[in-house]
Write a protein that binds this ligand. Structure first.
Ligand code: VGL
Ligand code: ZN
Length: 248
């Protein structure tokens, strides 16, 4: 842990030097009054593209479809070419997972319920381990992705986050993987903006990583304003909101 921490601190100093370089680029572009010039971000060797839950279940025709989810596949494929490091995630539930409305008699999808770890939105059955529904989207073309990390496989606790489950205790191991590989700059895309993307982004900040969410490479579910709420909590956590065109 101590060694990992030292490593992280050293990398943060290096990242800081990188940021100074980037600041002058941004300075030159201020007449456009945007945070980044088009293509101003060139992902370095410590950058990783985190592709969240691009699975059949969240695409049109799936069990929990996110509107426009299929539209981001080509955007993510293009982004993928700009990153040396890619990690993908899969929502990977047991057959009678506690996040499923069907596991709670009398409950309907999209209602909420108090569970031991807090309020849980109840979902239609989705992304069951090994099912066709849980497979990665056919059109994804990211052959150089290095890790697929699964989450939500403990029957009694959900995990929107790719880092830690909803009980805030059960870890996926992703923090350790990223730190060990020196991947301290995380760029998040995928589904859904207001659940797995935002929870992952906020937890990546909690792990003291630099985090950007690529807005046009995400789509949201949007339950009662949850997309707006997600952007608010991401901003509060220091997550940067960028567009795919910001990346060179
Ligand atoms: C997700 C709801 C339930 C997501 C996963 O990937 O955003 N949302 N399970
Ligand atoms: Zn799920």
């Amino acid at each position: 842990m101590k060694h990992g921490q030292t490593l992280l601190n050293r990398r943060r100093v290096l990242a800081g030097i990188g940021a100074l370089g980037a600041a002058s680029v941004v300075g030159a572009a201020t007449k456009f009054s945007v945070a980044f010039a088009r293509g101003a971000i060139g992902p370095g060797e410590n950058a990783v593209l985190l592709v969240v839950d691009m699975q059949n279940c969240f695409l049109p025709g799936g069990t929990l479809p996110v509107k426009g989810g299929n539209e981001i596949i080509p955007i993510i494929n293009e982004l993928g070419k700009k990153f040396a490091n890619i990690v993908m995630t899969q929502d990977w539930h047991t057959e009678h997972h506690t996040s499923f409305a069907s596991s709670h008699p009398g409950k309907n999808p999209f209602e909420t319920m108090e569970l031991s770890y807090g309020t849980q939105v109840l979902w239609p059955d989705h992304c069951v381990q090994g099912s066709e529904d849980a497979m990665l989207a056919e059109g994804l073309d990211l052959p150089h992705a290095q890790l697929i990390i699964r989450k939500g496989y403990h029957n009694e606790v959900d995990s929107y986050s790719t880092f830690v489950a909803a009980d805030k205790k059960t870890k996926t191991g992703l923090t350790g993987y990223l730190l060990e590989r020196g991947l301290t700059e995380v760029y998040v895309c995928g589904l859904a903006t207001d659940f797995c993307v935002s929870w992952s982004a906020v937890d990546a900040r909690a792990a003291e990583l630099t985090v950007s969410v690529i807005e046009d490479a995400c789509r949201g579910i949007d339950l009662n304003g949850s997309v707006a709420a997600a952007w608010k909590s991401m901003a509060a956590a220091g997550v940067k909101r960028i567009q795919s065109t910001d990346i060179a």
